[in-house]
Write a protein that binds this ligand. Sequence first.
Ligand code: AMP
Ligand code: TRP
Length: 328
Amino acid sequence: MQRSLSAIQPTGVVHIGNYIGAISQFVKLQDETEAFYFLVDYHAMTVPFDPKELNKNLLQVAATYLAAGVDPTKATIFQQSQVSEHTELAWILACLTKMGEAERMTQFKDKASKHAERASVGLFTYPMLMAADILLYDTNIVPIGDDQKQHVELARDLAERFNKMYGETFVVPQPMIKKTGARIMALDDPMKKMSKSSVSPKGYIALSDDDKTIAKKIRSAQTDSVGTVGYDPNHRPGISNLVTICSEITGSSPAQIIKEFEGKGYKEFKEVLAQVLIEFIAPIRTHQAELLADKGELVSILNNGSARAREVAEKKMKQVRSALGIKL
Ligand code: AMP
Ligand code: TRP
């Protein structure tokens, strides 16, 4: 059976872009593959963070995974820092990565420019930790949003390089990126990606937003002056983004949605979209709150998942040590 693996950073809220680009794929793949989905708390330390917040976010994001349909009886759900092989392999992969390769990573360039003098070395080596996350599990498929493609390509390059230099050890993973919905844009600025770290919460719809907030954010989402519901991401990014969100949540194609709103304006479309999102998010929000009321159960799911992940990772690291000549 093929293995799928992916992860989310336990920072901030989980938004509808994360769901459409990544989590919706997890829910599907957990039935078709042996699945590993986890929380990358070490990645969350690459920018300044507050330990109390990180602790809270770990449980919150775990609850969101479950509420959105990731099922611990099907997928192994775990915490990165509980499996120390991740950081061990990351060091080895860092020794295999060229400075130039790491410097080309667009996410590093973006984030480093935002954090300027505070950019950490960890932010620079982040893609090697991500490569370790993937390669430790002999992963075949990595379901992700568009922004992570370059990181998975680096993981592929490192797997191939290691295999060539030290003998066949790693499976070369494939990214799995949706044709549409892989890059949901910010509601208040459709030229930018919807992001947890947006300055303003107006840019994203969180899976924990209440009905009123959802309606308000959709109502104020940026469109254009054309006035008709259309789909043309290059020329009309705002309305096209809203149509994409609607399409991904309802399963209707953009063409069907456009047809349905022929002769109607943005206001009517936004009202329907808000209702679609409210109906989609309300049960997730309620389930998430219920799960968070019993932290013991969440912690036990993560501990059990981590124990299972450790078994796989320990085995792989033994092979890696042996290939590198450090096993005595
Ligand atoms: P992160 O929030 O960076 O931990 O991302 C978790 C997953 O969601 C990754 O697979 C991302 O590629 C995906 N993702 C993040 N933002 C978006 C977005 N705006 N549209 C689609 N997918 C996204
Ligand atoms: N870097 C990814 C993100 O920000 C999260 C991540 C870490 C990941 N390790 C991974 C995704 C391994 C897929 C596979 O979204």
